[in-house]
Design a protein around this ligand. Structure first.
Ligand code: ATP
Length: 310
């Protein structure tokens, strides 16, 4: 069983508009509302892969109930921890080829909720084999909250795939409790080391040797259309991907994380892990919906990926 964690989920609302008019009324014929947050994107892809998955995190209010209902309708097992604050809406206005986003901050978590969730999480960790944590922390939780969660996973020797950025990631790298894998993109990597990192292989290799990453078994840097560059212990790999027709790349990183998690769960080879992760990233980019993949094209894309050891 895989446990996915979404600490600040949302109801993602997408408003497709021919034209977005400022300072007046815009009417939307068809609004699309889906459970959102990076961890839930990961969950949906895992479900499509037929992996056994439980989704957890913090949830509250009417929108929280709505998310749980929708996940259950999708036959996704969900064990969220209820908080007193209200789960947020995140709005994407799709207009003239642009995407204008309005993101609510979400609820503020109380000290007691923060402590109780860790106890709740500890019980869940014992029911699963691997944990996939994605996205930002809600207000009220300390920057080192993921480290506390990873400490629990380490205690039960359960691997963690972590996809987060900013201060939450910095705290994890400083802490003694380590995830098995992190998946930054070049922007997040640049933020971490405090200087612009390009997609140059030599530079990426040097960057991943930085002591900042000591103790983390796998670092997979996703490079969009350029595939990925990865470090597994002392081995380095460049993943070359074929050219694809991109429809909507948003959430490709989450789909990649689903592939990584699924591959670790299967205990597969480095080559298969990297191919699975990148195939799923590409499949997401080829679809309009976020966290959706058409598995009919899986084998074809998988066979076109090239893994080169550096
Ligand atoms: P997001 O934050 O939107 O989820 P990300 O920045 O974390 O994305 P990307 O590096 O954009 O992640 O994409 C993840 C993977 O998806 C890439 O490693 C690659 O395999 C695939 N991918 C994404 N965009 C493209 C593209 N334009 N062409 C081919 N593959 C792509």
């Amino acid at each position: 069983m895989i446990l996915t964690v979404t600490m600040n989920p949302s109801v993602d609302i997408s408003y497709p508009l021919e034209k977005f008019n400022l300072d007046t009324v815009n009417r939307v014929a068809k609004a699309i509302k889906t459970p959102g947050g990076k961890g839930l994107n990961v969950t949906r892809v895992l479900k499509q892969l037929d992996d056994k998955v439980i989704a957890t995190g913090l949830i509250g209010g009417a929108l929280g109930i709505d998310i749980q209902k929708k996940l259950t309708e999708m036959r996704i097992e969900n064990k969220f921890f209820e908080i007193s604050g209200e789960t947020r809406n995140c709005i994407a206005i799709l207009h003239e080829g642009n995407q204008t986003e309005i993101l609510e901050n979400g609820p503020t978590i109380s000290q007691s909720e923060s402590e109780k969730f860790l106890e709740y999480f500890e019980k869940l960790v014992q029911e699963v084999e691997i944990i996939s944590i994605s996205g930002s922390l809600p207000n009220g939780l300390e920057d080192d909250y993921y480290s506390k969660m990873i400490e629990i996973c380490n205690k039960y020797e359960k691997p963690v795939v972590l996809d987060c950025s900013g201060r939450a990631l910095v705290e994890v790298l400083k802490n003694e409790y380590k995830p098995k894998i992190i998946k930054p993109n070049t922007e997040e990597l640049s933020q971490l080391i405090g200087k612009e990192v390009s997609k140059d292989i030599g530079e990426l290799k040097e960057t991943l040797k930085n002591e900042l990453f000591d103790g983390i078994e796998w670092i997979i840097v996703s490079l969009g259309a350029d595939g990925a560059f990865a470090k597994h212990n002392d081995k380095f790999y460049k993943v070359n991907v074929p050219k694809i027709e991109v429809v909507n790349p948003v959430g490709s990183g989450d789909s990649t994380v689903a592939g990584i998690t699924s591959a670790i769960y299967e205990n597969t080879s480095d080559e298969n892990l990297l191919k699975k992760a990148n195939t799923l990233g590409m499949l997401n980019a080829m679809e309009k919906l976020t966290g959706f993949v058409n598995l009919e094209n899986y084998e074809k894309l998988f066979s076109k990926i090239e893994i080169v050891e550096y």
